[in-house]
Design a protein around this ligand. Structure first.
Ligand code: AQP
Length: 328
């Protein structure tokens, strides 16, 4: 049985990019693996957060995990800041990382673009992410394609420590869905769909109702050609919509192109609204029940307890290898 670890930041409501790119894998993996799914709230504070909103989103994301089908009887679900080992290991790994490699991370470059000075946490974000993964001796990390570079850094850090201090960490593998699983912003298909983008119409949240879904899709950026054809280089907006259609309906790109041959964007978009709304409605309904039940907090407390037990073992090993503390 493999150990699987992944997390989502509670920076806002989970959108269909997070869901189709990463979270959908969580559910299928939990049946045959030892899965640990975290709400990575400490990553969220790398950019300013309203404390009340952060806590609300933390519980929302936890409830959404379960609404999409994560089963707390099969998987461990908890909040990152409830397990101190993440911060502890992050510091140890920070001391084995280099500013050069961190400054090459494209996410840091994107998020700090145009700023004279960026928060240190934003810079060292990938080290905390490496700590999240290595703390649990994870074998597999299901994430979106945008995280490939961070997974590579995590592996490099683990190998570096193992070479210098002796076998300490399991070397994890990223699990990425096919290239098309990267969902782009609806108002700008050159940028990825993002929770924290300013324009709410740039994304579809899993909790959006039909009228918001309709508004986002009907206003989405396309092109002037007028044909439903998958061509990322020349038709990025339409290709992104085809991708979303295909992911929710299970139809292949070719089937969709054939179905909408000769149709205009209006008709295609209208159908996409329906396909998306039908897929998200049951998630939204389950979310309401779970979010309003007392069970949610109990599940997160139990999850943190289980995660802590694993994390303490790893930290004892790490401290021993590095000569930290007074020893046994
Ligand atoms: N647009 C996307 N398409 C496919 N996968 C995506 N992921 C994120 N955006 C897309 C994947 O979703 C998982 C959770 O992401 P995260 O919350 O850890 O952080 P993120 O990648 O920074 O996501 P956002 O939505 O863009 O949040 P903000 O705006 O706060 O930065 C990850 O596995 C990610 O790959």
């Amino acid at each position: 049985m493999k150990r699987v670890f992944s997390g989502v930041q509670p920076t806002g409501n989970i959108h269909i990019g997070n869901y189709l790119g990463a979270l959908r894998q969580f559910v299928e993996l939990q049946n045959e693996n030892d899965c640990i799914y975290c709400i990575v709230d400490m990553h969220s504070i790398t950019v300013p957060q309203d404390p009340r909103e952060l806590r609300k989103h933390t519980l929302d994301v936890a409830a959404l995990y379960m609404a999409i089908g994560v089963d707390p009887k099969k998987a461990t679900v908890f909040v990152q800041s409830d397990v101190p080992g993440h911060a502890e290991l992050s510091w140890v790994l920070t001391c084995s990382s280099y500013t050069g490699e961190l400054s090459r991370m494209t996410q840091f470059k994107d998020k700090s673009k145009g700023k004279e000075s960026a928060p240190t946490g934003l810079f060292s974000y990938p080290v905390l992410m490496a700590a999240d993964i290595l703390l649990y001796d994870s074998n597999v990390v299901p994430v979106g394609n945008d995280q490939k570079q961070h997974i590579e850094l995590c592996r490099d850090l683990a190998i570096r420590v193992n070479n210098k201090y002796g076998e300490t960490f399991v070397i994890p593998e990223g699990r990425f869905l096919k290239e098309g699983a990267r969902i782009m912003a609806l108002d700008d298909p050159a940028s990825k769909m993002s929770k924290s983008a300013e324009n709410p119409l740039s994304r579809i949240s899993l909790l959006d109702d039909e009228s918001k879904i309709k508004k986002s899709i009907m206003k989405s950026t396309t092109d002037s050609e007028g044909t439903i054809r998958f061509d990322i280089a020349n038709k990025p907006g339409v290709s992104n919509l085809i991708n979303i259609y295909s992911s929710f309906s299970g139809m292949s790109v070719e089937e969709i192109e054939k179905k909408y041959d000769g149709c205009g964007y209006g008709e295609f978009k209208k159908d996409l609204v329906q396909v998306t709304s039908e897929s998200l409605k049951p998630i939204r309904e389950r979310f309401e029940d779970i979010r309003n039940s007392d069970e949610l907090i109990r599940i997160l407390k139990d999850g943190a307890e289980k995660a802590n037990a694993i994390s303490e073992k790893t930290m004892a090993r790490v401290k021993d290898r590095f000569g930290l503390g007074i020893g046994k």
